[in-house]
Design a protein around this ligand. Structure first.
Ligand SMILES: Nc1nc2c(ncn2[C@@H]2O[C@H](COP(=O)(O)OP(=O)(O)OP(=O)(O)O)[C@@H](O)[C@H]2O)c(=O)[nH]1
Ligand SMILES: [Mg+2]
Length: 578
C-alpha cells in the first residue's frame, strides 16, 4: 500500500520548497512529490522549422538550447489580433413601407383596397460567448446595421422582416451607452407633452406656435406629410391637393421594445449567455391602404411609410474574467509558466515585452481518466474541473506614469479572483521586485477608484436627466399586453457587479527560474519576508489596511522544465474558495 498523500495545501503551509529545485532545503517534504499529479506533464518536443541564428541566440540563456513546448523558437507561435476596447454604433432596422393597392379582377375593375403592411426592421442582439477572446472584429466594423423591413405588396401581402444582427462578445465585456437617437420615442414623448399642455395658456414664440398647431392639426384631421405618407404612384399633384388625409396613426413601437434594457444601457456581461439579449428593437413597418378605409372613402389612395430605426453609440470594454491573474516584471517567465500549466501557445522570448496583449489559458484539472481529481465548487456554486489563467504584459517601475506599456493591461487581472506575483529569482532582489509590483498595483487601484467615482457621478447625472421614453398603447399594441409582456424566452437585464479591490484578493508568489544557480538565497530571503508579513512584523507590500494576508506563500518553480508547477493548481483552487 503506498502511503496516503498529504494535501498540497498542508504541504505549502509548511514549506513550499520543491525537492527538484532545492533538494538540500526541502528534504522534509520530499515524499510529497514522489507522485506528481495534475498538470506536471513533461516538456513536449515541438517540431521546429529552420531555427535561425537569431532565434538560437535569443534562447542562449535557457538551460538547454533545445527548443521545446516551453522554450519555443520565435516562429513557434502565432500572434493573434487583439483589442479590448471599441466604440460601436448600432442601428436597428427601419420598417418597410405600407402598400397602396386595389383588388383588380375580371368583372371587378375598381375593387377594394388590398395593400399589405410593411415588414418590421431587424433587431440588434448581443451575446457573450465563451469562444470569443477579443473585440478586434467589432473594432474594425464600427457600424452594425440591422436589415430594413421589406415593403408590403398587393393582395394584402405583408413585407418580410428585416435581418437581425447578433453581436457576439467575449465573456467579461462591459457595454456602456454613449449616445442614443430614437426618433419614435422622441415623437411619442413630444405628443405626450403636447397632450399634457393642451389647453394650458403659456407664452410661446410664433414659430413654435405654428409648428405645434400643425402637429395638432395632423392629429385631428390629417394632412399630407411627405415623411409619413405614401400616395398612389400614378397620382398627379392636383389630385394630391384634393385628397383628404385621415388623421396620422399614433407612433408605434414594436412589442419587443419592452425587452430592451433600460436606458442608458450599462451591462456587465460576465457570464456565458445561452440566449442573446435584445439591445435595440427594429422599427415598425408602415400601414397598407386598407387601414385607412372610411365610410366616405372606401378606396384610400395612401399608406404610411415605415418608421426609422433607432441609433445607438456603445462603448465596449473587455475585462478578462480569469480565475488567476499573473502579475510580474517583463521577462519574469509569466508566459512560460502559462505554457507549463495550460495548453496555451503564449509567445515566449528572452527579451522584455515579449507579450504585448493578454493571453488566457485554461488549466484542466481532471482529464477524466480514472478517479476524479481536483473538482471544487466555483464562485457560482457549480462544480468545476478547470480554471483559467490570464497572462498580461509585464509591468515596470513607474508604469503608473505610463512607462513601458503602462498599467492599462492590469484591468485584465483586476477581475481575477486570485493573483499570482511572478518573480524572477535570477534577476536581483526578489523582495524588492515584489514590493515594486505591489506599488504599481496600488497605484492602479487608486487610479481605478478615482475613475469609478467619476463614472458613478456621470451615471447618476444621466439617471437624473435621462427620460426613458414613455410608452402608450396603440390599436396594434393592446395595453394589457404592453403592461405584462409574456414572451417565450424572458431575457433579464444583467446587473453591473462591482469588483473587490485588488489588495483584498487572495494572492501568492511564484518564484520562477529556480533551476538557475545562485537563486536559493534569493528565494530564502523572499520566504523570510513573506513570513514576516504573515506574522504582521512587516507591513503588507500594498501598504493598505484591508489587504489580504491569510498565509501568503511563495512557490519556487522552474517553468521551463515544468518542475514545481504541479502544486499551483491545487493552491489556486484552495484560494478560489477564500
Ligand atoms: N532558466 C529558466 N528560464 C526561464 C524560466 N521561465 C522562463 N524562462 C525564460 O525566460 C525568458 C522570458 O520568458 P517569458 O515567459 O517570455 O517571460 P514573460 O514574463 O512572459 O515576459 P514578458 O512577456 O516580456 O513580460 C524566456 O527566454 C524563457 O525561456 C525558468 O523557469 N527557468
Ligand atoms: Mg510574456
Amino acid at each position: 500500500m503506498p502511503p496516503a498523500r498529504p494535501s498540497i495545501r498542508h504541504l505549502c503551509l509548511g514549506s513550499t520548497l520543491t525537492p527538484f529545485l532545492y533538494p538540500s532545503l526541502s528534504e522534509a517534504c520530499a515524499h510529497s512529490f514522489a507522485r506528481p499529479f495534475l498538470v506536471g506533464r513533461p516538456s513536449r518536443p515541438v517540431r521546429c522549422s529552420s531555427s535561425t541564428a537569431e532565434s538560437a541566440g535569443s534562447h542562449s540563456e535557457s538551460p538547454d538550447d533545445q527548443p521545446s513546448h516551453l522554450n519555443p523558437t520565435p516562429d513557434n507561435y502565432a500572434l493573434t489580433p487583439f483589442a479590448d476596447r471599441c466604440i460601436l454604433t448600432v442601428e436597428s432596422g427601419a420598417g418597410g413601407h405600407g402598400c397602396v393597392s386595389f383588388l383588380r379582377e375580371k368583372y371587378i375593375e375598381e375593387g377594394p383596397a388590398n395593400g399589405g403592411d410593411g415588414g418590421s426592421g431587424g433587431n440588434v442582439y448581443i451575446q457573450a460567448v465563451r469562444g470569443e477572446t477579443s473585440l478586434h472584429k467589432l473594432a474594425r466594423r464600427r457600424l452594425l446595421k440591422a436589415g430594413r423591413g421589406k415593403n408590403g405588396q398587393g393582395k394584402v401581402k405583408g413585407g418580410e422582416r428585416g435581418a437581425d444582427v447578433l453581436i457576439t462578445v467575449p465573456v467579461g465585456t462591459i457595454v456602456r451607452e454613449i449616445l442614443r437617437h430614437d426618433p419614435i420615442a422622441e415623437e411619442i414623448a413630444e405628443q405626450e407633452r403636447l397632450e399634457r399642455e393642451r389647453g394650458r395658456p403659456r407664452w410661446r414664440n410664433k414659430k413654435t406656435e405654428e409648428k405645434e398647431r400643425q402637429l395638432e392639426e395632423d392629429l385631428e384631421q390629417g394632412s399630407y406629410r411627405k415623411d409619413k405618407w405614401l400616395v398612389f404612384p400614378g397620382m398627379v399633384p392636383s389630385e394630391l391637393n384634393r385628397l383628404s388625409f385621415p388623421p396620422l396613426p399614433p407612433p408605434r413601437k414594436s412589442h419587443l421594445a419592452a425587452l430592451q434594457p433600460q436606458a442608458p444601457i450599462w451591462l456587465d456581461l460576465d457570464k456565458h449567455m445561452e440566449t442573446p439579449m435584445l439591445l435595440a428593437a427594429g422599427a415598425m413597418g408602415g400601414l397598407g391602404n386598407p387601414h385607412f378605409v372610411l365610410p366616405n372613402q372606401y378606396r384610400p389612395m395612401m399608406a404610411t411609410r415605415g418608421d426609422p430605426g433607432m441609433k445607438m453609440s456603445l462603448q465596449l470594454e473587455l475585462k478578462i474574467l480569469a480565475d488567476l491573474g499573473l502579475v510580474g516584471l517583463p521577462n519574469a517567465g509569466k508566459s512560460t509558466l502559462l505554457r507549463a500549466l495550460s495548453n496555451s501557445r503564449a509567445r515566449v522570448g528572452n527579451w522584455a515585452f515579449t507579450t504585448l496583449q493578454p493571453n488566457v489559458g485554461t488549466v484542466v484539472l481532471d482529464d477524466h481518466k480514472g478517479r476524479p481529481k481536483v473538482i471544487k465548487r466555483g464562485r457560482d456554486g457549480l462544480l468545476r474541473d478547470n480554471f483559467t489563467i490570464a497572462d498580461v504584459p509585464g509591468l515596470i517601475e513607474d508604469a503608473h506614469l505610463d512607462k513601458g506599456l503602462g498599467l492599462g493591461f492590469l484591468r485584465h487581472v483586476e477581475r481575477a479572483a486570485v493573483l499570482a506575483f511572478v518573480i524572477d529569482l535570477s534577476a536581483g532582489d526578489a523582495v524588492q521586485a515584489l514590493k515594486l509590483l505591489w506599488r504599481e498595483v496600488s497605484e492602479y487601484e487608486t487610479m481605478r477608484g478615482k475613475e469609478l467615482n467619476a463614472e458613478t457621478e456621470r451615471r447618476m447625472d444621466q439617471m437624473v436627466t435621462y427620460e426613458p421614453p414613455t410608452r402608450r398603447s396603440t390599436p396594434s399594441e393592446p395595453a394589457d399586453m404592453l403592461n405584462s409582456p409574456d414572451f417565450d424566452t424572458p431575457l433579464e437585464p444583467l446587473e453591473f457587479i462591482p469588483t473587490t479591490p485588488i489588495s483584498a484578493k487572495p494572492w501568492f508568489v511564484i518564484a520562477t527560474k529556480a533551476d538557475l544557480p545562485g537563486t536559493q538565497d534569493n528565494y530564502q530571503q523572499l520566504q523570510h519576508y513573506l513570513e514576516a508579513v504573515n506574522k504582521k512584523a512587516e507591513q503588507h507590500p500594498s501598504g493598505r489596511k484591508n489587504a489580504w494576508k491569510k498565509g501568503i506563500q511563495a512557490v519556487p518553480v522552474s517553468a521551463i522544465k515544468a518542475e514545481g508547477v504541479e502544486i499551483i493548481p491545487q493552491l489556486v483552487m484552495d484560494l478560489l474558495e477564500e
